[in-house]
Design a binder for this molecule. Structure first.
Ligand code: MG
Length: 407
């Protein structure tokens, strides 16, 4: 079996959904998704000659080959791993579809049939679209969706958190995550100043409001996006400890595991981090020093499905749980779900697309109808590979100007 052709396509959604397609000489193709990055499709096109003519069944070998060839351009960490992750996932889809086997079977098989999904709720109400360097943009679908919505300034109030929590629980989710860093007046100096008592009080008010909206049986997590110094993160963690959060995410800059360990030891909330780390090696200090309660690799970035599985297994050795970051389309979300289903320490997988009006339209499934996520769960079936196909009509409609579409 040989790889004969590789192509890309990009959908301009709340982020760029970057797809890789790999064809083999048996007439089958597989599709994977990469986490956004500037210049990503150019990097993918540089990588394709390295795998053309190779056996797609040697997934790990090809992944490691790409790591090594990226030496100097990001072999240890960096956005080349976004590209490698999409290729690796496309290979699993291709191998699965060629053999009639679901991708989770190649990762050891399921330990659960359903994957619990948590809804990212932003800061109450936050429909947005971001380019790869996190500059805001307004594609046509967003301009239409924004008509009549509240302005950014009106959002960060407890009433919004309450309303959004109620809405997402009604949609079937029993785990929610809210941003609390955006409650603080963001000047770029947050790392260099003590938080005002009123700022922390407002965080508590918003979490209280989210709890009122969600009701007692729903798990709540909050995200700080690396915004605060460890001393301030400890204050936040202590203030929120009585709320029994599922986790406090990225409370401080991620470079130093000792800072994260200190917040964990002195705060009171379970700590989660890891969405920007690559490979097992990126997680090693956090896991070996037991400085987190949960790891959150992004399957479209960390190195791919097998690497995410390995990170989850390393974490399991230390009693650390696994709750992957995910801002992908349904295709990448499904790839993540295959990994999650194979890990006993899995808690919940992120869903970041509730505001994207065409999110569910982007895929079709051979053995299921309706939305991919139902009652806050993804159910894994016996369908081969990732168990779904990209809906090319929908993807083409929202494809990013200037990018090729599987050509
Ligand atoms: Mg986050």
């Amino acid at each position: 079996m040989k790889i004969t052709r590789c192509t890309t396509a990009v959908v301009e959604a709340n982020y760029d959904y970057t797809y890789v397609r790999i064809h083999a000489d048996n007439g089958v193709f597989g599709t994977g998704e990469c986490f956004m990055a500037p210049g990503l499709t150019a990097a993918l096109r540089e990588m394709f000659p390295l795998i053309l003519g190779r056996d797609p069944r040697e997934v790990d070998r090809l992944g490691r080959h790409l790591w090594r060839k990226g030496s100097g351009a990001g072999a240890v960490a960096g956005y080349l791993f976004n590209a490698v992750s999409g290729i690796e996932t496309a290979l699993w889809d291709l191998v699965g579809k060629s053999t009639g086997v679901p991708a989770y079977q190649f990762l050891g098989g399921k330990v659960q049939d359903e994957v619990r999904i948590y809804a990212d709720c932003h800061a109450g109400d936050n429909i947005e679209s971001w380019a790869a360097m996190l500059t805001p943009r307004q594609p046509a679908w967003l301009q239409k969706a924004l008509a009549g919505k509240k302005t950014r300034e009106e959002r960060y109030e407890p009433a919004q958190y309450r309303r959004r929590a109620r809405q997402m629980v009604r949609a079937g989710f029993d785990a929610l995550k809210f941003d609390i860093d955006s409650i603080v007046v963001l000047t770029g100096e947050e790392l260099n100043r003590p938080l005002r008592d009123r700022e922390i009080e407002k965080m508590i008010e918003c979490v209280d409001a989210a709890r009122q909206g969600a009701g007692p049986g729903v798990d709540l997590a909050v995200d700080c996006h690396w915004r605060f110094a460890p001393s301030e993160a400890i204050r936040i963690s202590r203030a929120l400890a009585p709320h029994h959060l599922l986790w406090l995410e990225d409370p401080c800059p991620p470079e130093n595991w000792r800072d994260i360990a200190e917040i964990r030891a002195q705060g009171g909330c379970p700590i989660l981090t890891g969405e920007n780390l690559n490979r097992r090696h990126g997680f090693w200090d956090l896991i070996a020093n037991r400085s987190v309660d949960l790891v959150a690799p992004d399957v479209q970035k960390c190195g791919g499905m097998l690497e995410a599985k390995r990170i989850g297994e390393l974490a399991e050795l230390q009693g650390i749980r696994f709750a992957p970051h995910n801002i992908a389309s349904p295709l990448g979300t499904m790839a993540s779900a295959h990994v999650c289903a194979t890990l006993p320490n899995f808690v919940a997988l992120e869903f970041h697309g509730s505001d994207v009006p065409f999110w569910n339209d982007l895929v079709t499934r051979p053995d299921a109808k309706g939305p991919l996520i139902e009652r806050g769960r993804i159910r894994l079936t016996e369908a081969p590979g990732l168990g779904l196909e990209l809906n090319e009509d929908a993807a083409r409609e929202y494809s990013k100007p200037g990018e090729t579409f599987f050509e």
